[in-house]
Design a protein around this ligand. Structure first.
Ligand code: ATP
Ligand code: LTN
Length: 360
């Protein structure tokens, strides 16, 4: 049985004709999250958050701040605390609307950690051994890295599966984790011959799904990269943006063109395209006969234009912490029963002894 978590309305009966008006189709569930590991950058925005915002009215959305994932690598406690609030303010500043979305902090819903233990017991090590993100984050330091980093993808699977999610909008780097989530869900369902979990699908947009580092365009832009010039933070001021774009790696050629052989200029052009929504051809025409200086000035202008309103809203939101915290509390209170229903079903199916529900 699938747990339908939408507050579906009963079919309405039209008094006049006494006919049954069909129920509106329940919205599909969307779930996604970002780690509070540092300042949110352009890759997080263009690859994930902006897509959540644009499609929010279409779906039943749950967006999470995945703080339990953030502790899989060493992080200063004060920084984690501050980053969590900053990320909540940025979610809202980017345009997430609590009318359409439930926003919450992962550790505020204990069912994630509990489900994570259970699904660890249903995930072969061979599957986790294949995860490329673990390999790159562990940096071959396998003896000292904590087991949480190894089990990170299982916790992510729990985030998604607890809410019977249909779609998971993420950047391209999460493709493999989504495949693993589907594998875990399918294996569990087929072991117990019940559709306990909805099988989720990744939603990876063509444009902006892989924004590359500004200093090394062969690597993805990342929060945890040590060089801050490798990324544009959503909170960078215009002067910083200008400096970072000016320093961004290009090449010694003059032509401004999309070319996979030239990752530096192609990355900057991709950012420009994602912001302006023009075609590649239109952009190449716009800069035909112009130099990198002109293009970088135009890119800076577009970035400042896109980020200034987000920063203005962010400053208002972060100065009112009680409101921010009450939004997160309300979000956690709303999603907890959904997560609990799935967890109870899983426990029942695998044979864990439970007290009777509803006092009976
Ligand atoms: P960290 O460096 O701490 O691992 P990160 O910068 O990779 O963090 P996450 O919190 O792991 O960011 O990712 C949040 C969302 O942003 C995910 O959907 C992820 O796919 C997306 N994302 C991250 N980096 C990029 C990028 N460079 N381009 C496009 N999307 C990205
Ligand atoms: N691993 C993800 C963050 C994340 C996530 C999720 C994304 C944790 N749980 C559930 C989507 C759905 C990342 O972006 N690094």
């Amino acid at each position: 049985m699938l747990i339908e978590t939408n507050n579906e309305e009963k079919p309405a009966v039209s008094a006049k004709a006494n006919t049954v008006v069909p129920k509106p189709q329940a919205k599909k569930r969307v779930f996604s999250g970002v780690q509070p590991t540092g300042n949110i950058h352009l890759g997080n925005y263009l690859g994930a958050i902006r897509n959540w915002v644009n499609a929010q009215a279409e779906f039943d959305n749950i967006f999470c701040i995945v703080d339990l994932h953030a502790i899989t690598l060493p992080i200063d406690p004060k920084e984690l605390h501050t980053n969590t609030r900053k990320l909540a303010a940025l979610y809202l500043a980017c345009g997430l609307d609590t009318h359409y979305c439930k926003l919450f902090v992962q550790s505020h819903v204990h069912q994630h950690a509990e489900m994570s233990w259970i699904l660890n017991c249903f995930t072969p090590m061979g599957w986790l051994n294949r995860m490329t993100q673990f390999k790159s984050k562990a940096e071959s330091d396998l003896d000292s890295v904590d087991t949480g980093l190894y089990c990170y993808p299982v916790l992510m699977a729990c985030d998604i599966l607890l809410y019977q999610t249909h779609y998971v909008p993420v950047g391209d780097d999460q493709r493999q984790h989504l495949e693993l989530t589907r594998d875990i869900a399918q294996r569990f369902n087929s072991t117990y011959k019940q559709n306990v979990f909805t099988i989720p699908e990744a939603q990876i947009r063509e444009m902006g799904a892989r924004i590359m580092s500004l200093d090394d365009p062969t690597k993805k832009m990342s929060k945890s990269e040590s060089n801050p010039n490798s990324r544009i933070s959503l909170l960078d001021d215009p002067k910083t943006i200008k400096q970072k774009v000016a320093r961004a790696t290009t090449d010694s050629q003059r032509l401004i063109a999309f070319d996979p052989e030239r990752p530096g200029i192609t990355n900057l052009l991709t950012i420009y395209q994602t912001l302006t929504r023009q075609s590649q051809q239109e952009i190449e025409q716009e800069f035909a006969g112009k130099g990198y200086g002109d293009f970088k000035a135009a890119l800076t202008e577009r970035l400042v234009e896109a980020l200034t309103p987000i920063q203005q809203r962010y400053n208002e939101l972060i100065s009112d912490l009680p409101t921010l915290e009450s939004i997160l509390k309300q979000g956690a209170d709303e999603v907890r029963p959904i997560a609990e229903a799935t967890l109870q079903q899983v426990k029942q199916v695998i044979g864990l002894l439970q007290y009777p529900q509803n006092g009976s």
